[in-house]
Design a protein around this ligand. Sequence first.
Ligand SMILES: Nc1ncnc2c1ncn2[C@@H]1O[C@H](COP(=O)(O)OP(=O)(O)OP(=O)(O)O)[C@@H](O)[C@H]1O
Length: 234
Amino acid sequence: MSSILKLTSVSKRYTSSRNALHNVSFDLQAGKVVGLLGSNGSGKSTIMKMAAGLLQPTSGTVSVTGIPVGTASKAVTSFMPDRPMTESWMRVKDAVLFYQDFFSDFDKVKATEMLRFMNVNEDERVGALSKGMSERLHLSLALSRNAKLYLLDEPIGGVDLVARDKILDAILQYYSEESCLVVSTHLVSDIERIFDEVVFIRNGSVVLHEEVETIRMKYGKSVEEKFKEVYAES
Ligand SMILES: Nc1ncnc2c1ncn2[C@@H]1O[C@H](COP(=O)(O)OP(=O)(O)OP(=O)(O)O)[C@@H](O)[C@H]1O
């Protein structure tokens, strides 16, 4: 198996005196869909932004496909941030062309297919999309790159319950086994079925990193049950 995202003794301190991350280490492999789970403020977005090269660790190292995060790693990392990088005046089809111009690994055919699957109309204005539809668009754009590392930060917070299943199906269908897909969320029960492994973050530290199958076999629990148990301890 090849390492895709590796954090070694990573700490992050913003301006305040408290560390947002303390000594975080984990190694995520190709072929895995990984849940980065934690309550509000636990440090999930900080990890995602560091992996995407948008934030520097205060100490420790972050590498993607074995290379330190930088220009080369950004070329193989597809990040779906909580704030979109499209403009509200664009139509959906303009947003697709924008991504195609911006990213050399963008697959327009895949994007068109995925938007159709997601019921997103290509003639709609981006600014007129509901929160859930906007998430479907940005997820489709992020997954249509042929990247090694996909980082989806809270991808389905605005999507209604029925649509969630459809979107999770799309993630599984369009995800490639040569890559690693990291999804940060606190909606554990809704998303856990797509995870191969999970990393629990609490107060900036990793408190559990296990295969989902191991959690089921070793503890006899679902990810949500284990999550509630771990977080009840704090
Ligand atoms: N730009 C910033 N400046 C100062 N502190 C920050 C900044 N961004 C995050 N923090 C702090 O770092 C800690 C971790 O925040 P982070 O956004 O990574 O958590 P999160 O797990 O993604 O939370 P949520 O689920 O609410 O999005 C929090 O205490 C937060 O207040």
